[in-house]
Design a protein. Structure first.
Length: 228
């Protein structure tokens, strides 16, 4: 039952936001944010490993290896007055889609469709917070998913890390974690997903790990990048 609910939920969420996105032309930013560059033409290429187990409620089986390329396209989208910068995401295995970057008052947000829940809005970083700092946010632009309240518990896990990805050493890395929770039928909040993000100064996201229902489902690691 829960599996069917979230399949329907994903379809409803994607349908809703595909009708309500209103892109418009705007000049790209002239400078890059230290942990979330948004300059027109900047690109990031990732190795994307998608996992799945037979007992996982999400119907992904075996391992699929993909290459994702994120490119700032110079356009913006208005999400209920939240003006976000569009990112073209190309894949070898899946259709092209658009993600969005939003930064305001030191909070960095990634708005992107997911296989499990449709379009979600994750606050992945507070660049002034210390390790151990925790805050709550709403991972849906409407505050509800299929009439059920959702929330995200965001944590700065570690700062000033050094991390190696694809043979390259990244410094000033911040590790953040997000617990995605839902409250169905007023039974209380419980975790349905967990995300780990690693961000490097003046580069952006260098690794993302996604867990659904307790299972590691996706690992995305940076291969190379070009910041304009």
């Amino acid at each position: 039952m829960r599996k069917n609910f979230f399949v329907i939920l994903a379809l409803l969420t994607i349908g809703y936001f595909s009708c309500n996105k209103n892109p418009y032309k705007a000049a790209p930013p002239l400078t890059a944010y230290s942990y979330f560059p948004q300059t027109f033409g900047s690109t990031w290429r990732y190795r994307d490993s998608i996992f799945g187990e037979a007992t996982n409620p999400i119907a992904l089986f075996g391992v699929k290896n993909d290459t994702l390329t994120y490119t700032m396209n110079g356009a913006t989208t208005d999400f209920n007055s939240k003006i976000s910068y569009d990112v073209d995401v190309s894949s070898r295995l899946f259709p092209r889609h658009i993600a969005d970057y939003f930064v305001s008052k030191h909070i960095y947000e990634l708005i992107e469709p997911t296989l499990a829940f449709g379009l979600i809005d994750l606050q992945i970083l507070n660049d002034t917070a210390h390790a151990g700092y925790t805050w709550n946010s709403t991972p849906s632009l409407t505050t509800l998913l299929h009439n059920s309240p959702v929330r995200a518990i965001n944590t700065i896990v570690e700062t000033d890390m050094t991390k190696i990805e694809a043979g390259r050493i990244y410094t000033s890395v911040t590790h953040t974690a997000i617990n995605f929770q839902i409250n169905i039928n007023n039974q209380g909040f419980y975790n349905i997903a967990h995300f780990d993000f690693y961000l490097a100064g003046d580069v952006g996201i260098i690794e993302k790990d996604a867990y659904y229902y307790g299972y590691l489902n996706e690992t995305q690691t940076i291969v190379d990048f070009h910041i304009k």
